[in-house]
Design a protein around this ligand. Structure first.
Ligand code: ZN
Length: 394
């Protein structure tokens, strides 16, 4: 009886098939080594399905550079054959589902390395900035994987590589630094036992240095543009119409040493179909917390509001609070915040700013300066209560 071959918890013979026929110099794959795969093809040419199929040939998968349609959640479908799944989400977001979840702030490589699949998805963040931060933090954890066994490769799925660049630019890097950072990841992450599968719609969408690093350049249907000039030598082996028109299950692969193969790949059963909402299908419920607003010169943000309430509870005068704040605010601004805090509690049951930034204070009325002054005038006691002592609970 033949010995069963496993990859992670999956049986090799159950994986969607990939066949590659060598056309030049004896082509073979090296799924047991950290390698870089670069996929090129027009939309709907089957790039991401082949990327997923190659991902399945690795013991572990990180699907963290996803698109807005949450395609990466496809691994949660039963048909993927994967069960050790971790969903990583923003600090301000709750994800209710039947898989393990982890907040970005709690990430640690030793925990991540226990899972077959780590996914983070667009829906798991309350804003684009939070998503970009989250993805960056997660990718950075990869560099913490200082020890790994031979063959224990994590395959990082990078869906639409241009989006990774945009994300880095949105994080405040200029275009040159963003490209350098992406290049660094593509070049260096292999030392930590990672393979990367990056796909792109356009040959020139990705810089030459990046493309040249690919160990496997995989061409899906290229349409009328055909091969880029520097790869025209491949037309000696495969006719141009094949590159232009190949069906969705076909591919041509050029290995870094010049070996060429022509192949076909079977449909990946868990692959997301167009127009499907995976969150609804998988019963994943996502709730985002309220977003804290930042202060400006003209506007008191949520964190500063909480600071004002806390200082007032300690100091007891608006003047004292106004002076203690950095940057300083006027007495009337401080008084306005105290008034708003109380008013919102009386009207809505709690203060919105405190609810976001300091839930302990959200339902506690604070005595106003006027009330304190009136009490001081009518109370013979020598020790006037500070607002903290004078707190009323509704
Ligand atoms: Zn408040």
């Amino acid at each position: 009886m033949p010995v069963k071959k496993f990859v992670g918890s999956r049986e090799w013979s159950d994986l969607p098939r990939i066949e590659a026929q060598s056309l030049r110099w004896g082509f073979y794959w090296e799924f047991h080594r950290p390698r870089r795969y670069f996929y090129l093809g027009i939309p709907e040419s089957g790039k991401s399905e082949l990327n997923e199929s190659i991902a399945l040939r690795h013991p572990k998968i990180w699907d963290i550079y996803g698109s807005k349609d949450n395609e990466g959640l496809c691994w949660c479908r039963e048909s993927s054959g994967l069960d050790d799944i971790l969903l990583v989400h923003g600090d301000n977001t709750d994800v209710d589902c039947s898989w393990d979840t982890c907040k970005v702030q709690d990430l640690a490589m030793r925990n991540l390395d226990r899972y077959e699949v780590v996914i983070t998805s667009h829906a798991f963040y309350s804003s684009d900035t939070k998503k970009y931060n989250g993805v960056e933090l997660l990718a950075d954890q990869g560099y913490e994987r200082k020890t790994w066994r031979p063959g224990d490769i994590i395959y990082m799925v990078m869906r639409e590589t241009m989006n990774v660049l945009f994300a880095k630019i949105a994080m405040g890097l200029n275009e040159k630094d963003a490209k350098a950072a992406l290049l660094y990841l593509f070049r260096e992450i292999r030392h930590f036992g990672f393979s990367v599968g990056a796909d792109s719609l356009r040959w020139t969408g990705i810089d030459k240095e990046f493309r040249d690093l690919a160990d496997y350049t995989i061409f899906k249907r290229l349409g009328e543009k055909g091969l880029p000039r520097e790869k025209w030598f491949m037309y000696q082996y495969i006719a141009p119409p094949i590159f232009a028109l190949m069906p969705i299950n076909r591919f041509i692969c050029l290995r870094v040493d010049g070996a060429i193969s022509m192949g076909w790949n079977q449909h990946v059963p868990c692959h997301k179909e167009e127009g499907v909402d995976l969150l609804a299908e998988l019963g994943i419920r996502v709730t985002h917390g309220l977003e804290a607003k930042d202060s400006t010169a003209m506007f008191v943000g949520d964190d500063e509001h909480v600071k004002i309430i806390e200082l007032y509870l300690k100091i007891g005068t608006t003047r004292g609070v106004a002076r203690a704040l950095v940057p300083k605010r006027s007495n009337s601004t401080v008084a306005g915040q105290i008034q708003r805090h109380n008013q919102e509690i009386l009207e809505r049951g709690q203060c919105r700013s405190c609810q976001i930034a300091a839930p302990d204070h959200a339902k506690i009325l604070v005595k106003s300066p006027g009330e304190l002054a009136r009490e001081a005038a009518t109370t013979p006691a020598l020790n006037h209560p500070t607002p903290a002592e004078a707190i009323q609970r509704p």
